[in-house]
Write a protein that binds this ligand. Structure first.
Ligand SMILES: Cc1ncc(COP(=O)(O)O)c(C=O)c1O
Length: 391
């Protein structure tokens, strides 16, 4: 091919983001199933349950009505008001719905938040291990993700000391935290989150709080950054607690002075968020009882795993505080958790995600199990792993 023609097809350097390794595990699991073997799926971080019946009924009624139009860029006003009310109900916080922006999942929220807050070249701190798209979206936008290692001493969360030490080395523009976190499933106490926000704000570091797993907290109640600071930008989603991953709908709580910025960005990037999903999301708040039952299912799954896995041989894992993840240390069995995950899939029929997706260095010693399936699947996974590890 001529050099000029080749050039036409050269992707930008910034688009060179790594893929999700979990996709490779999924493909291998699907192949095994196609060959007729049973697989217990614990690799993908999504609820097995459907969206609340109230949400499905509202969407069906809207569809039957015919035309689905664009909505206001920041979301249907009644949905923004309902989300505002949610903060009163759940956190006792009076929130002006004018600060709520509806987004295309929390994933859409990250792009808006990073564009609104950061310049190319800005350094943004992230807890390591952590959710990979934070760093990949940041680097695609020309920012520099700065991974700060966490450890058992701090319940695997960023601390003010670690943040400020990094900031002194080279200034940080922002930080992203998640509690409950993915992949660790650990949570920050309200005090720990408050101290981190205070330290960040004192140093001029902009704070983004990913609260997508709120509602799925078992160890203690998750605190929202919105209650701790009006300057923090909060990102949330209907994907996890409300079991609406495929609907692609989430929201942000935006500092007042940034609302218009987010409005202009979203107007240009997306015009508005899918209307049907917004209608369903508003009705999802009426399906709370159903979702609480799903949450109780996760609690039972958590109990089955935390009691069963140690007996099966996997006895080292992080505190299983929230979300639906258990992050297990498998260093005793393998130096490479990708290899361990492949063997566990082919020899025991259990699919989990190797930690290198979430932590390029130490992740090779960890596996993430998602426990959003059924109790029967959890029992089966424990039995299969036990049988496999104990010859
Ligand atoms: C920590 C965290 N944040 C954000 C997301 C993105 O979710 P969504 O775009 O569906 O809201 C996920 C998905 O797994 C996640 O684990």
């Amino acid at each position: 091919m001529l050099d000029t023609a080749k050039n036409l097809l050269t992707p930008s350097r910034r688009s060179d983001v790594p893929p999700f390794i979990v996709m490779d595990v999924m493909a291998a699991a699907a192949q095994r199933e196609a060959q007729g073997s049973r697989v217990v799926h614990m690799e993908v971080g999504q609820p097995a349950a459907a969206a609340p019946r109230t949400a499905l009924a509202a969407a069906q009624a809207a569809l039957a009505n015919g035309r689905i139009r664009y909505t206001e860029t920041l979301g249907i006003p009644s949905l923004r008001a309902r989300i505002g009310r949610h903060y009163g109900e759940r956190y006792g916080l009076e929130l002006d719905p004018a600060r709520v922006a509806v987004t295309t999942g929390s994933s859409g929220g990250f792009i808006l938040a990073f564009l609104a807050l950061f310049e190319p070249g800005d350094r943004v701190a992230l807890a390591n291990p952590g959710y990979p798209p934070y760093r990949h979206i940041l680097s695609a936008l020309g920012c520099e993700p700065v991974l700060i290692d966490t450890s058992a001493e701090t319940r695997w969360a960023l601390t003010p000391e670690a943040l400020l030490a990094e900031h002194r080395q080279k200034p940080l523009a922002g930080l992203v935290v998640a509690s409950p976190a993915n992949p660790t499933g650990t949570m920050m106490t309200a005090e720990a989150l408050g101290a981190l926000i205070a330290a960040a704000e004192g140093a001029g570091i902009k704070m983004i709080s990913d609260e997508i797993y709120h509602g799925l907290d078992y160890a203690f109640r998750a605190e929202t950054a919105a209650r701790l600071s009006e300057r923090a930008l909060v990102i949330n989603s209907f994907s996890k607690y409300f079991c609406m991953t495929g609907w692609r709908i989430g929201w942000m709580v935006v500092p007042e002075s940034l609302v218009r910025t987010i409005d202009r960005l979203q107007g240009n990037l997306a015009i508005s968020v899918p209307t049907l999903a917004q209608i369903a999301a508003e009705a999802a708040f009426d399906g709370r009882e159903e979702m609480e039952a799903v949450k109780h299912g996760y609690e039972e799954n958590r109990r089955i795993l935390t009691e069963g896995l140690p007996k099966a041989g996997l006895d080292k894992f992080l505190p299983v505080d929230g979300a639906f993840y258990l992050y297990a240390d498998v260093a005793r069995f393998a130096d490479d958790s990708l290899d361990f995950a492949k063997r566990m899939l082919s020899e025991a029929g259990v699919a989990a995600t190797p930690g290198i997706d979430f932590d390029p260095v130490n992740g090779r010693h960890f596996l993430r199990f998602c426990y959003a399936g059924s109790a029967q699947e959890m029992h089966e996974a424990v039995a299969r792993i036990g049988h496999w590890l104990k010859p």
